[in-house]
Design a protein around this ligand. Sequence first.
Ligand code: ADP
Length: 202
Amino acid sequence: MLGVCRLGLTGGIGSGKSTVAQMLALHGATVIDADALARSVTWAGGAAIAPISLAFGHHLIAADGAMNRVAMRELVYADAAAKRRLEAIIHPLVQLQIEQQAQEAVRTDCSCIVFDVPLLVEAGHWRSKVDRVLVIDCLPQTQLDRVVARNELSRDAVLKIMASQASRLHRLKAADFALFNQHLTFDQLHNEVSQIAPHFGL
Ligand code: ADP
């Protein structure tokens, strides 16, 4: 492929998307993690703090200067309009940082930029911004088991997130490449990643 390959990487929670992103990074890809950027803009000193304080009030900012996550979670859970207002602050800032990181990767002659975006299929605008879409897939029970095992969320919380995400079929329909991360050891997964990596300029 001539020039840089822009690869959209997606998958449901617990599918193994971040694991595959790390493996692609080992092959030389630059990985841009949309979720990590969304969290970092709401840390102390993050670009979203001042607009959040203005839009929602000081009490949504914790003593350390970061967004008060607990208070914000309660607010947006109960109030859909507040959720939209928060997203309207965060999304453009994240988009800007994604674009800046992508430009930096192009400047350093990187051959593949991986856009690690959990909701790539759900947020339709992404398709036109990437050359290829790689979907990481596994059985729903495995998603649940993996996320509960890493002790992050309760079963109910994971099920709720899974229900809010695109269905497997919907996500797979958007895929140029799909990796079935089921019954694979990490070594086997790494082998699969190595086999498809040349399609992404790696
Ligand atoms: P996602 O980013 O899609 O939420 P992760 O890559 O974080 O998923 O993987 C979820 C969990 O499952 C992690 O703890 C990861 O180490 C584990 N995992 C991913 N793929 C495999 C696999 N093939 N075998 C065993 N564990 C896996």
